[in-house]
Write a protein that binds this ligand. Sequence first.
Ligand SMILES: [Zn+2]
Length: 247
Amino acid sequence: MSVEFHGHTHRLDWADPTVREWDCTVVWSDPADPEAGIVLDRSAFYPGGGGQPPDYGVLLWQGVTTRIIGTRKGDDFFLLPAPGDPIPSAGTAVRGALDDVRRSTLMRTHSALHVLCGTVFRDFGVLVTGGNMEPGEARMDFNLPEVPPGFKQLIEDTVNKEILNDRRIDVRVLSKEAAYAIPGLVRTQGAAPPDTPELRIVEIVGLDVQADGGTHVASTGQIGRIEVTKVENKGKQNRRVRIRLAD
Ligand SMILES: [Zn+2]
């Protein structure tokens, strides 16, 4: 239960990543200081983290629109309004709505990165050293001193094959003890698993298991075809693989 809350906010994005519109109530805001942000009792906005950027969207209330253009994470989860937009005060009933294209594209992009990570780990046995994504485009760095000839095409073909396999993507919450018992839970070199009582686990069945807080599609088929746009040298040990959604 605990990982479904951030402070006062029930994280609907964790409970169901397909939610795009919902009713909720403002828990806190300071109309005199709009930049402090807005706290909702229920929110489907992804706050950003783990390489996945935050969602954008709107709050609709009493005939006005407040555009949400960012987030701030503290003890509570604050939504940042567009400058000049009206601020609903605490207690106001609002309807939240996400920018669906941005969020749905980020879900496909994030899941594509996990397919990439899982196939490179399976086929080359190497760990990730970093990564980042924008809607439809992403990069991931691997601890890979040498790449074989044809690596770029090989990776693209292998990832697309796993996408076509339409592997299920399961999300579950495990106790710390149960999560730590999963071999290879942390695929990022030098990173420790989160030290929290419960961990959220994202599994591409048969391919990849990670502790992860992001939003994902339900099966790899929903990602659509990807392209590997570039493989770059980033230091002696590091290869940077850039991908984009092709469909
Ligand atoms: Zn991830």
